[in-house]
Design a protein around this ligand. Structure first.
Ligand SMILES: NC(=O)c1ccc[n+]([C@@H]2O[C@H](COP(=O)([O-])OP(=O)(O)OC[C@H]3O[C@@H](n4cnc5c(N)ncnc54)[C@H](OP(=O)(O)O)[C@@H]3O)[C@@H](O)[C@H]2O)c1
Length: 270
């Protein structure tokens, strides 16, 4: 199978590229700069999801690698920009959305234009538990992943209307042990002017993001890669909720009032 994965320099993307290439799939992965540790059998293409021209150039290069026959598009690249909603500038929010939402839609659009609806195809999107459940100081990230989930729902319905053979899956992980938190800390320092109102929670948040300690429910990136491999064999549109916390959150989201959801969310880690 021909598989394209965005963001394979580390974490879930890296482990998925490694797993699928090891199984003999033809994997093309995108990175922002060429990595030092290259995976055997994987082809690398430059793509910066902050820049729509780079996304378009990277897509064209990938197309040449798989002769415009792409079986699986795994949209994995993404990051979180933490900070209270009232501390988010428009520029910070646009920065979050450019990578986590606009570039994803750009690639989905390019994929459908290339693949058409008659050929079997598969889009897998790395979303999050924060794509359906709120958490404090994650307003920008939640907004980008909720928006992504909303768009995927609409897309699935459109594809069904046209009897398309393209399937759309979303992976909704809870905490996974990757570089995600380190990157979040850097995003916070680069983009947020902390207001004093949240000073003590921001201090706790910095400590948590800098820590090497993960809570007991955090999973390894390899486990996410195994889920992606399962999705490649799924015969229907699917949503995979990883981590026990994600499954509980999904259940609570369906049965509780906004008041109770807010109470639970407010108890979450800063
Ligand atoms: N880890 C978690 O707890 C968790 C939970 C739920 C969902 N997720 C989702 O999982 C996905 C993968 O994250 P991860 O946990 O594997 O974290 P990670 O180790 O930080 O990997 C993120 C990957 O995305 C790439 N990336 C980030 N921003 C990019 C940009 N603007 N342009 C191009 N590439 C970019 C990174 O490249 P660079 O090395 O160049 O930055 C890296 O390859 C993300 O979409 C994230 O939202 C993660």
């Amino acid at each position: 199978m021909n598989v394209m994965i965005t963001g394979i320099s580390s974490g879930i993307g890296y482990e998925t590229a490694k797993l699928l290439a090891g199984m003999g799939h033809n994997v093309v992965g995108t990175v922002r700069r060429f990595p030092i540790r290259r995976l055997p059998g994987v082809k690398y293409v430059l793509m910066d999801m902050d820049d729509s021209q780079s996304v378009s150039d990277g897509w064209n290069t990938c197309g040449a690698f798989f002769a415009h026959q792409l079986d699986v598009l795994f949209l994995n690249a993404g990051f979180g920009l933490p900070g209270a909603v009232e501390d988010l500038t428009g520029e910070a929010l646009r920065h979050q959305f450019q990578c986590n939402f606009f570039s994803q839609q750009q690639l989905i659009r390019s994929y459908l234009a290339m693949n058409g609806h008659d050929r079997v195809g598969r889009i897998i999107v790395n979303s999050s538990v924060l794509g359906f459940f709120p958490a404090p100081y994650r307003g920008a990230y939640c907004a980008s992943k909720f928006a992504l989930e909303g768009m995927l729902g609409a897309l699935r319905a459109e594809l069904q209307k046209t009897n398309s053979k393209v399937l759309v899956h979303s992976l909704q992980p809870g905490p996974i042990k990757t570089r995600f938190r380190q990157r979040s800390l850097k995003e916070f320092e680069d983009h947020i002017q902390p207001s004093t109102r949240y000073a003590s929670d921001y201090e706790k948040m910095r400590g948590r993001l800098a820590s090497r300690h993960w809570d007991r429910t955090a999973l390894e990136a390899k486990q996410a890669a195994l889920k992606v491999e399962k999705m490649i064999a799924a015969t229907n549109n699917t949503v995979y909720r990883m981590n026990i916390g994600t499954q509980i959150a999904w259940f609570l989201r369906r049965i509780l009032s906004t008041t109770l959801i807010t109470r639970i969310a407010a108890k979450g880690n800063p």
